[in-house]
Write a new protein. Structure first.
Length: 177
């Protein structure tokens, strides 16, 4: 399924905005954020990934699981909100719950400027909601102008996968093989 998210400047002044696609997910699953592995182009010794944390987020939050292949955010309600973002060069994020995987594919456009310190993928959760988000690049919208961001959704039955980063990475590799 293709989902198109759009913005239209109905105001009288020029604004800078980015389309922001929020999908509310049920608690009890895990958000899957694939990580860049290896160099970007021929830049073998330069950094290849970052994570962005909001002021209310703790790097020690028990919902966060860091892995080399994947970063996971476990969908568990907690009174303290948590949000993480990053520049996703892979072009998809996913949510796994009860053997069903929702994969949201998008054009990452890493060469363009993105909001939230360069983030095009984000996860937010608190005690009431769990959001899996993708963002388009920032653009200057004149009055009447539009910006679009497209997601390609896939639902897959993946059976029983243990909820750790290594196990999920191995299962996803088998699906993509």
């Amino acid at each position: 399924m293709t989902v198109k998210h759009g913005l239209r400047n109905e105001g009288e002044e020029t604004v800078e905005h980015a389309p922001w696609a929020i999908t509310i997910m049920p608690f009890g699953g895990v958000a899957i954020l694939p990580q860049q592995r290896g160099p970007i182009g021929d830049k073998e010794f330069l950094p290849n990934r970052t994570l962005t944390f909001w002021p209310y987020s703790s790097i020690l939050d028990s919902r966060l699981e860091l892995g080399d292949e994947l970063v996971l955010v476990h969908g568990e309600p907690a009174p303290t909100p948590f949000k993480i973002g990053y520049l996703n060069r892979v072009g998809w994020v996913a949510y796994l719950r009860n053997g069903i995987l929702l994969r949201k594919g998008f054009d990452p456009q890493p060469e363009l400027k993105h909001p939230d310190l360069g983030s095009n993928a984000e996860v937010y959760c608190n005690d009431r909601i769990f959001e899996l988000e993708t963002l388009g690049p920032l653009s200057v919208l004149e009055p009447g102008a539009e910006a679009w961001h497209e997601e390609r959704w896939q639902l897959r039955s993946v059976g029983s996968i243990k909820p750790g980063a290594k196990q999920i990475a191995a299962a996803l590799a088998e699906l993509d093989a």
